[in-house]
Write a protein that binds this ligand. Structure first.
Ligand code: MN
Ligand code: MN
Length: 465
C-alpha cells in the first residue's frame, strides 16, 4: 500500500478501450451542451433522455414500486428524477444534486431602445461574471417570451450557421488610454453590457411624424412582431438570456480537453443525468436533482432553497406506502446521503499565486472530493463529516473511480459555495464532488475529458451501490 497520498494522472491509469469510452462520452456531452444553454433547455433535454430510458412523469403513477423510474418537473426550470430502490424509501435515498444555471447576461424588463441609430437591449448580468470577458464576442439569445394569453414563444437565435449573432462593443485601444488605467472590475461596467441588435432604420411614408432616433427601434419592433408575434410589453414577461454563441470544441492537439460555455455546472448536471439513466436495481432509491438559481444564491421557487425537493419526496412516499406521515418524510430525507455535484477550480500555472499546490485540484486527475467550501475561515461552508468522506473514498477506490481532493484556492484568497449547504440543512450527509474547471465563470470554460468521465462513474456508483 502506498503511504503518500498522490493522485495520479487519470489518462495513465486507463486502458486504450477506456480512452475511447471517454471520448465517446464527451462527444455526447458536447452535443448536449450545444443544444442546452439555459436551464429550461437543459430540463427539456433531460426529459427527452429520461423518457427514452423509461422514466415517466410522476402524474402518470398510481403507485410506485421497486424499479420504477419517475421524474417531476418544476416550472420548466428544475427537475428531479428517481429510480425506486430495492430497500424501502424510509431507509434513505442516494441523491446527486447539481445546478443547471450558468453565469450569463439577462435582459432588463424594458430592454429595447435606440442610441445613435443603433438598436440595443439593455441587460442585467446574472451571477459572478468578469464583465470585460463578454464584450466583442459572438452572443446568442435563448429563452422564452410568455404572452398575455399564456402562450409561449421559444427563442433561440445565434446558434445555427446562418443565424445572426449579437454583440457588445469594447473601446478601441487607440482611444483606450483612460480605460486601460482602470481596475479590471471597472473597465466595463454593468450598464455598458448593452447588446447591439440592429442598425437598419425603418423607411416610413410619414417620416416627419417620427424623430430620426426612433427608426431603428421601430424596425426592430416590427421585425419582432412579424417574426415572433412579440410586442415591447411582451418582453416584460420574458426570460431571455444572452449566452456565448460558441459551440463546444476539443482543445489541444490530443483533444484531451473540452472548451464550452456553461461547464459550471452542466458538467455535473449532465454526468448525473447520464448516471441515473444507467442505474440498474439500486439498493437505495437513486435520485437526480437538477436545480436553478445557484449562481444567485439558490433563491426562488426553482432554486435549492425551494420546497420542490421535499414536496417531491412527499409525493413519492405517498405513492409508495399506505400511510404517509410527516415523520416518514423527515426520516426518509434524514437517512439519505448525497453528493453535491459542483465544479472546483482547476490549478492554473498562469495564476499560480491564487492556489496552494498541495491542496489544489488538477485537470486530468479525476473527480474532486471537496470536503468543505466557504471562504475566510471556512465561513459559509457545509463541511462533510470525516465519516462520510471515508465512506465515499472507499466506494470510489473499490469501484476504480479516479479521484483527487482540493480546496478552492489559497486561504483568504476568496472562496465559494454550492447547493451542499441546503441539502445539509435536512440533516443528511452531503459531500461536494465534481470535476475541475479552468477559467470558471468565463464565457468559454475548460474541462478535462477524463475528469468528465470519472465524474459520471463516481455518480453512477454512488447512486447504484
Ligand atoms: Mn457551480
Ligand atoms: Mn458557479
Amino acid at each position: 500500500m502506498e503511504k503518500d497520498f498522490n493522485p495520479k494522472n487519470a489518462w495513465l491509469e486507463m486502458e486504450d478501450v477506456e480512452h475511447e469510452e471517454v471520448f465517446d462520452f464527451n462527444g455526447d456531452y458536447a452535443e448536449f451542451l450545444n443544444n442546452c444553454k439555459t436551464e429550461r433547455e437543459f430540463v427539456q433535454g433531460s426529459i427527452e433522455l429520461l423518457e427514452a430510458e423509461g422514466f415517466r412523469d410522476i402524474c402518470e403513477f398510481q403507485k410506485l414500486k421497486k424499479g420504477d423510474k419517475v421524474y417531476r418537473v418544476n416550472r420548466d426550470s428544475a427537475i428531479m428524477a428517481a429510480v425506486i430502490g430495492e430497500r424501502p424509501l424510509t431507509d434513505g435515498m442516494r441523491i446527486v444534486g447539481a445546478h443547471m444555471d450558468s453565469p450569463r447576461i439577462d435582459l432588463k424588463p424594458n430592454p429595447l431602445y435606440e442610441d445613435s441609430e443603433i438598436a440595443y437591449l439593455s441587460t442585467h448580468y446574472y451571477g459572478g461574471v468578469k464583465k470585460y470577458q463578454w464584450v466583442s464576442i459572438p452572443l446568442a439569445i435563448h429563452g422564452v417570451v410568455v404572452k398575455e394569453d399564456g402562450s409561449k414563444v421559444h427563442i433561440n437565435i445565434g446558434e445555427k450557421e446562418d443565424d445572426p449573432v449579437f454583440y457588445i462593443s469594447d473601446l478601441l485601444p487607440h482611444l483606450g488610454q483612460d480605460q486601460m488605467q482602470k481596475k479590471m472590475s471597472e473597465a466595463i461596467n454593468g450598464e455598458q453590457l448593452r447588446l447591439i441588435i440592429g442598425s437598419i432604420p425603418e423607411k416610413s411614408e410619414k417620416d416627419e411624424e417620427k424623430k430620426p432616433k426612433d427608426k431603428v427601434k421601430t424596425a426592430i419592433l416590427n421585425h419582432l412582431y412579424k417574426e415572433y408575434g412579440i410586442t415591447g410589453e411582451d418582453l416584460v414577461s420574458a426570460e431571455l438570456q444572452i449566452v456565448p454563441a460558441m459551440k463546444a470544441r476539443d482543445v489541444g492537439f490530443d483533444r484531451g480537453l473540452l472548451a464550452a460555455y456553461g461547464h459550471d455546472d452542466r458538467v455535473c448536471a449532465y454526468t448525473a443525468l447520464r448516471a441515473i439513466l444507467d442505474v440498474d436495481k439500486p439498493q437505495y432509491t437513486a435520485v437526480l436533482l437538477l436545480v436553478d438559481k445557484e449562481e444567485v444564491g439558490s433563491m426562488g421557487s426553482t432554486g435549492m432553497k425551494s420546497h420542490f425537493f421535499e414536496n417531491t419526496v412527499a409525493e413519492m412516499i405517498n405513492l409508495s406506502s399506505e400511510n404517509y406521515s410527516e415523520l416518514i418524510l423527515r426520516r426518509t430525507i434524514e437517512n439519505s446521503k448525497s453528493l453535491s455535484g459542483d465544479v472546483n477550480a482547476a490549478y492554473d500555472p498562469n495564476f499560480a499565486d491564487a492556489f496552494e499546490k498541495n491542496n489544489s485540484s488538477y485537470l486530468g486527475k479525476g473527480v474532486v472530493i471537496t470536503k468543505y467550501t466557504g471562504a475566510r475561515g471556512k465561513s459559509g461552508s457545509s463541511e462533510a463529516s470525516a465519516e462520510f468522506v471515508a465512506e465515499i473514498r472507499s466506494l470510489f477506490n473499490n469501484a476504480g473511480v479516479l479521484w483527487q481532493t482540493g480546496e478552492l484556492g489559497k486561504v483568504d484568497k476568496g472562496g465559494g459555495g454550492t447547493i451542499a449547504q441546503f441539502l445539509a440543512n435536512y440533516n443528511m450527509d452531503v459531500l461536494d464532488c465534481g470535476p475541475v474547471v479552468l477559467s470558471m465563470h468565463s464565457p468559454y470554460e475548460l474541462v478535462s475529458k477524463v475528469d468528465v468521465y470519472h465524474t459520471y462513474l463516481a455518480y453512477q456508483v454512488f447512486m447504484e451501490k
